[in-house]
Design a protein around this ligand. Structure first.
Ligand code: COA
Length: 145
């Protein structure tokens, strides 16, 4: 099995945390990959929206790897880091970790880079504000870009 690269995300709180339930399983009884992807998109959207201080859309998802399965009863924590800021687009490194069966060991299960685009009310791209215009808590939580 491919080894998950170790990232130093765990020294901060996750952007989202939830528990995998029976209703999230595929026909084989494992957690459906699409559910995990959805949780990652939600977390990345929170991060991107706070960095841009406005509405965002998912433009692309790159390099998604599933290293380990997620199982019913695992707590899924999703960590997000802004890794690139463009004019209206930004890249978010999204890492999903589980704590097995609520209280067991932590394992990284998935990561990917999500590209989000800041948009206006009509869905048209708008410039992301410079970092000195965003609140300190956003820099502390999502990276200093
Ligand atoms: C993302 C979207 C707003 C871009 O609109 P557009 O008119 O093509 O925008 P532009 O060509 O002017 O590009 C704007 C920025 O988006 C980036 N971008 C556009 N499409 C991209 C893609 N597929 N992957 C990565 N970046 C992309 C551009 O590089 C540019 O970045 P920059 O401003 O930092 O230089 C538009 O394609 C869209 O609304 N897509 C659907 C998004 C959506 O509904 N997501 C949810 C799916 S369920």
């Amino acid at each position: 099995m491919t080894e998950a690269p170790v990232k130093e995300s765990l020294n901060r709180s996750p952007t989202t945390r939830t528990m995998a339930m029976h209703s999230d399983t595929n026909p084989a009884g494992d957690i459906f990959g699409g559910w995990v992807l959805s949780q990652m998109d939600i977390a990345a959207g929170i991060c991107a929206g706070q960095r841009s201080q406005g509405r965002v859309v998912t433009a692309a998802i790159d390099g998604m790897h599933f290293y380990r399965p997620v199982r019913v009863g695992d707590i899924l924590g999703v960590y997000t880091t802004v890794t690139r800021i463009g004019t209206s687009s930004m890249d978010i490194l999204v890492e999903a970790w589980v704590r097995r069966d609520r209280i067991g060991s932590r394992e990284k299960v998935t990561d990917a880079t999500f590209t989000f685009v800041a948009v206006d009310d009509d869905g048209k791209p708008v410039a992301i504000p410079p970092k000195d215009e965003i609140p300190q808590y956003v820099k502390d939580k999502f990276g200093d870009l």
